[in-house]
Write a protein that binds this ligand. Structure first.
Ligand SMILES: Nc1nc2c([nH]c(=O)n2[C@@H]2O[C@H](COP(=O)(O)OP(=O)(O)OP(=O)(O)O)[C@@H](O)[C@H]2O)c(=O)[nH]1
Length: 128
């Protein structure tokens, strides 16, 4: 099965982190995730995460650090999830695709119902 390359962003707003909830009509309905999306042909990982965050959330970010990528097999598809720690730069947050969001302290994030591929990323981030 083909692996889909997906970037995602752990966005820091001061000392809080943004988590977003997938809507009922998306794949993995109502799961929590870090915003992001699929890398387009010829696009760099950094360009992808900046584009996706602007498209989904209407904000500009600065990329700070890359964490360890996770390859995960879901029942119907396989993804390589490439995480970045980023900082909010500018713009008014608008949810264009997701049904909800939460700004939480690092240690509160683990209590959400995350997409499975995100769990190792979350653990790495919490231990930083
Ligand atoms: N953006 C994002 N996607 C994730 C995360 N974790 C995770 O398993 N995914 C999966 O990776 C894929 C990302 O694709 P996407 O968000 O661009 O596209 P989608 O499936 O909503 O749209 P599509 O219906 O056009 O395929 C989704 O299938 C999503 O379920 C995450 O933290 N962020």
């Amino acid at each position: 099965m083909k692996t889909i390359n997906v970037t995602c962003a752990i966005i820091q707003f001061d000392d809080k982190i943004l988590a977003v909830q997938r809507s009922e009509t998306m794949k993995l309905p109502l799961k929590w995730e870090f915003p992001g999306g699929k890398i387009e042909t010829g696009e760099s990982e950094i360009d992808c995460i900046k584009r996706e965050i602007f498209e989904e959330l209407n904000i500009k970010i600065e990329v700070k650090e890359k964490l360890t990528s996770v390859t995960h097999q879901y029942p119907n598809f396989k993804i390589k999830l490439i995480p970045f720690i980023v900082e909010y730069l500018s713009g008014e947050l608008k949810l264009r695709e997701h049904c909800g969001f939460l700004l939480a302290y690092k240690n509160e994030l683990i209590n959400l119902d995350w997409a499975e591929a995100d769990v190792p990323i979350l653990k790495e981030f919490i231990e930083l």
